[in-house]
Ligand binder design. Structure first.
Ligand SMILES: NC(=O)c1ccc[n+]([C@@H]2O[C@H](COP(=O)([O-])OP(=O)(O)OC[C@H]3O[C@@H](n4cnc5c(N)ncnc54)[C@H](OP(=O)(O)O)[C@@H]3O)[C@@H](O)[C@H]2O)c1
Length: 280
């Protein structure tokens, strides 16, 4: 559905990291459908061009895309500079891009782990810091940070730094939301459970019990729920009934119960860690 010129004048702009695949792509569809102009960021230029063309054709929105690897140390600063050069104003920031890395930590590739922390934590924080002042000054704006239902559990063997990174996103956004109370700017954390996207193969979690046993929610449903919660100014949203139960369980005391359940669900029986005790 194309928008009339008067409707277009009211357009706000959303910046979505990782807006070309999975949850980010569905969020891009959701924002475009609701009349937003888009700024998309991802590494693959061909994907960005294809998504931009389709969104423009289907919804008549303007889409500006930036090919950028957000694991780079100064990636957020670089992006903010390029956005300023184009004279774009960001009304909504969606920190969606994120990666996982499943496997015993002692065998993990250090480079992948550090990239993950840069993307999931550092650049999310930097982008928020860079775009928030403008929103506060205008007295309106929205931030949507994509965490995960794993953020509610404090222990998970074989994806410990991924889980910890999502803990950060949840804690950071909860704190931010409370700090922003009354400012006209809201912060929301979207905490999906297993979702059918490229993340599953790329992060090596396809054999993990949670991914085999818990019914996956579609990326489109996750995006719809996240968008709606963000528009209502909610601080935390968990899509799907089973995931909600897990999130609730994760916050229950004593936490040892939730940790035991989560440790069990975190295992991939084919990739179990077995220690061989060596005698001197
Ligand atoms: N899928 C799940 O089961 C699940 C569950 C809970 C939480 N999540 C979270 O949901 C978010 C989105 O994941 P998804 O499942 O939609 O993953 P996905 O299908 O793999 O999509 C990831 C998106 O991020 C972009 N991206 C990846 N690395 C990037 C980098 N270094 N720089 C810039 N862009 C990058 C990708 O594009 P390029 O490859 O072109 O860069 C793509 O657009 C993540 O934060 C993830 O942790 C996912």
């Amino acid at each position: 559905m194309k928008l009339s010129n008067i409707e277009k004048m009211k357009c706000q702009t959303v910046l979505i990291t990782g807006g070309t695949k999975g949850i980010g792509l569905e969020l891009a569809n959701q924002f475009a459908r609701n009349g937003y102009d888009l700024v998309l960021v991802a590494r693959n230029k061909t994907d960005l061009q294809a998504v931009a063309q389709r969104l423009n054709r289907d919804y008549g929105c303007s889409v500006v895309s930036f090919t950028l690897d957000l694991t780079g140390r100064d990636a957020a600063l670089d992006l903010a500079g390029r956005i300023e050069e184009k004279g774009l104003r960001i009304d909504v920031l969606v920190n969606n891009a994120g990666i996982g890395d499943y496997g015993p930590f002692g065998e993990a590739k250090l480079e992948r782990q550090l990239d993950m922390l840069q993307l999931n934590i550092v650049q999310l924080t930097a982008l928020t810091r860079l775009f928030l002042p403008g929103m506060i000054e205008r007295g309106r704006g929205r931030i949507l940070n994509v965490a995960s239902v794993v953020a509610f559990f404090s222990a998970g063997p074989s994806w410990i730094s991924y889980v910890a990174s999502k803990h950060y996103v949840l804690a950071f956004t909860r704190g931010l939301a409370s700090e922003l109370s009354g400012s006209g700017v809201t912060a929301t954390t979207l905490c999906p459970g297993p979702t059918e996207t490229n993340f599953v193969a790329q992060s090596g979690v396809s054999g993990v019990r949670a991914y085999r046993w818990i019914p996956k929610v579609s990326a489109a449903a996750v995006a719809r729920i996240g968008y709606s919660a963000m528009m209502k100014g909610r601080t935390v949203v968990v899509p799907g009934l089973i995931n909600k139960v897990f999130a609730f369980l994760g916050e229950l005391q004593p936490r040892i119960i939730a940790q035991t359940v989560f440790s069990f669900l975190s295992r991939d029986p084919n990739k179990s860690i077995r220690w061989v005790r060596r005698t001197p």
